[in-house]
Write a new protein. Sequence first.
Length: 431
Amino acid sequence: MTTERKAILNIEGQAPVEFPIMSPTHGNDCIDIRTLGGKTGLFTYDSGFLSTASCNSKITYIDGDKGELLYRGYPIEQLAEHCNFLEVAYLLKNGELPNAQEKKTFENTIKQHTMVHDQLTRFYNGFRRDAHPMAITVGVVGALSAFYHDSLDISNPEQRSISFNRIVAKLPTIVAMAYKYNTGAPFMYPDNELGYTANFMQMMFGTPCEKYKPNPVLVNALDTIFTLHADHEQNASTSTVRLAGSSGANPFACISAGIACLWGPAHGGANEACLQMLEEIGDVSRVGEYIKRAKDKNDSFKLMGFGHRVYKNFDPRATLMRKVCDDVLKELGLENDRLFKLAKELEKIALEDPYFVEKKLYPNVDFYSGIVQKAIGIPTEMFTCIFALARTVGWMTQWEEMISDPEYKIGRPRQLYVGAARRDVVPLDKR
Ligand code: SDX
């Protein structure tokens, strides 16, 4: 990965210092500054990691300027069209797409892990019925490590693979149980006659009273939503999972940490916040008022579902999500859905506004996903749980890549200390 090119740092009063430049398959070259502290006594300062590569990875690549997203080198548009979510999960986990036999074997393996220990259901009873399903999911996923002592040896690749399969298989069950607990309806057991996404919908919307008949258009739409959310480089929640995992914490605890981070409205919570924003705007006539607020430095309001740290062009997932939205609303006869029409008008007005054009603020994955999920029948507060369910595949893949790298170390950033200078304690009677 290193190139012949060097970065030469000239610091006043010190001899110039050279650092190797690393060249990636795609994307920005990186200056390898791992020896900076030892050679110069200086640290870099990059709060928010605007210019920092935290690791090297073979999993996902984003070209923010082109609006391109690749999983293991494959464009997201092609994966969304030609593959289902479990095929994409296999690709992310193994680095290659499965052939027909590998796909069948993987699907059957996942099916063997869809049930949860029956005592896990007691954790739900500890929550209020109106507990946010993300609070429930964070807690229950973290508790899984108390049930699976046979797959917590993270130095054992076989046990890591079992944990991957267990967590990917159980997240739909756990998330659907959170929904059922909120509604007071009985938990539904997995139905292994159904595929991964249809089974999730059965556990969400099915009842013990009758056989659930999945709508193939809605199943396909939700399956595509899972694919679009599967992984996304070193975003905040993935970085959280890596940092937690770097201490040797078990994978269930690491995923629970990732779910907690994803919950924030600046991150995975944006789809829930976006739908709430659209409900608050209510009508196209009020769009201008909210665009004005979004531009007002003195107003903390931001246009939910717009902007991105990396994409300075369309988030390709937003484009695909809008197509999924069209398909679902057509299937359900909701082409004139008020919120969808409002969202399309808001997108049009924002993309013509100089503020959004200059700052390169485009719709991101969260802008349309809430409308689709609401149309499918998923309540707003469940949106981020759906995101977490899908992103668990990416989190576990990133965790595995780090743990299996013999060079990995515990993540331990330094800081720029700007607090009080060293001083002595004055005894209480003299203070
Ligand atoms: C996800 O990282 C990932 O990959 C995340 C994700 C994934 O798959 O994991 O893609 C999922 O989290 C998508 C993002 C969902 N969040 C939202 O939709 C919330 C609204 N968006 C913003 O909060 C914001 O755009 C962020 C958090 C997404 C990105 O913030 P950055 O990179 O820190 O950029 P910034 O806040 O510094 O914004 C740059 C400028 C600022 O103005 P100035 O200070 O330069 O004058 O753009 C403005 C911001 O005020 N700005 C917005 C805006 N987003 C940025 N102004 C109005 N509305 C917005 N939505």
